[in-house]
Design a protein around this ligand. Structure first.
Ligand code: DGL
Length: 274
C-alpha cells in the first residue's frame, strides 16, 4: 500500500468560495480526502495587494504542509493569479490553480472569439486570464470586469435577491454590449450566483466555471504523479477536514448549504503563525 496515494489534497481559498471547487473534486474524484482551509479572518483577498495575498497564501501552504498533503489546489482565483509561482517554490508537491484550467475551458467554448472574465479587482487587474487565453489563442478578445461586491453578496447569502440582480446588471452591462459568447466565472464565489448572472447575460452566453476543469486536471495530475487514491474509503469514513482562521460556526452552516457531504466541524487555527 502506497501511503502517498492515501494522503489528503490541500485546498484553500480566502473564505467559502473554494468550496465550489471542493464540490467538483468530491464529485469527480470521490476517493480523495480533502483538507480545506478558508481564510475567513482575512477575506476578501480581491482588494488586497499582490504582496499581501502572496504572504497569506504562503502561510496557508505552510500550514497545509504540516497536514502532509500530497497536492495543493489553489481554489482562489486571486491567489492563483498572484502567487502560484511562489507557492510552487514553497512546497514540493504538485500545485494547481484555477485560472489556467478556466482559461482553457473558455478558449474551447468560444465561437465568436470574444470572452468575458468577471472576478475580483486583483484577478482582473493582474490580467492573468488574458495572458493564459492569449497563449492558447492569440486572436481571442478578452474583456475583463471587476465585480468586487459579488463576494460580499455571496458571503451574505444573497444568492437570489433583487439587490444582487441590480448590482449584477450594472456590472455586466458592458459585457453584454461587447457581444461576448463565453463568460468565465473568475472567482470561486461566483458559481453561487450563476443563475442571476445567466439570466442577465441571456442563454446565448456560456458560463464557464473553472472548478470543473480544475478537478478534471487535478485527476490527471495525480495520475501522472502516480498518487491517485484507488482505495475506496469505508462507508461513513470521516474523510475530509475543514479549517478556518475565524468564525468556524458560520463557515460550517455555509459549507453545509453548498456541499452534499455534511460537515461535522470546522476548526479554527492561527494561520498567521505559519
Ligand atoms: N474566492 C476568491 C477568488 O476566487 C476571492 C474572493 C476574495 O477574497 O476577494 O478570487
Amino acid at each position: 500500500m502506497d501511503n502517498r496515494k492515501e494522503a489528503p489534497i490541500g485546498v484553500f481559498d480566502s473564505g467559502v468560495g473554494g468550496l465550489t471547487v471542493v464540490k467538483e473534486i468530491m464529485y469527480q474524484i470521490p476517493n480523495e480526502k480533502v483538507i480545506y482551509f478558508g481564510d475567513t479572518a482575512r477575506v476578501p483577498y480581491g482588494n488586497k495587494t499582490k504582496e499581501t495575498v502572496t504572504k497569506y497564501a504562503l502561510q496557508i501552504v505552510r500550514f497545509l504542509k504540516t497536514q502532509n498533503v500530497k497536492a495543493i489546489v489553489v481554489a482562489c482565483n486571486t491567489a492563483s493569479a498572484y502567487a502560484l509561482e511562489e507557492i510552487e517554490q514553497e512546497i514540493d508537491v504538485p500545485v494547481i490553480g484555477v485560472v489556467k484550467p478556466g482559461a482553457k475551458m473558455a478558449v474551447e467554448s468560444t465561437k465568436n472569439g470574444k470572452i468575458g472574465v468577471i472576478g475580483t479587482r486583483g484577478t482582473i487587474g493582474s490580467e492573468t486570464y488574458t495572458t493564459y487565453i492569449r497563449q492558447l489563442n492569440p486572436n481571442v478578445e478578452v474583456i475583463g470586469k471587476e465585480c468586487p461586491l459579488f463576494v460580499h453578496l455571496v458571503e451574505e447569502g444573497l444568492w437570489e435577491d433583487p439587490v444582487t440582480e441590480e448590482i449584477a446588471k450594472r456590472y455586466l452591462m458592458d459585457l453584454i454590449d461587447v457581444g461576448i459568447d463565453t463568460l468565465i466565472l473568475g472567482c470561486t464565489h461566483y458559481p453561487m450566483i450563476r443563475k442571476t448572472v445567466q439570466r442577465i447575460m441571456g442563454d446565448g452566453v456560456r458560463l464557464v466555471n473553472p472548478a470543473y476543469e480544475t478537478a478534471r486536471e487535478l485527476k490527471e495530475l495525480l495520475k501522472g504523479h502516480d498518487i491517485l487514491n484507488e482505495q475506496t474509503p469505508g462507508l461513513g469514513t470521516n474523510m475530509h477536514r475543514f479549517f478556518v482562521s475565524d468564525a468556524a460556526e458560520r463557515f460550517q452552516i455555509f459549507a453545509n448549504s453548498i456541499l452534499k457531504y455534511g460537515i461535522l466541524s470546522a476548526k479554527v487555527i492561527h494561520v498567521e503563525e505559519y
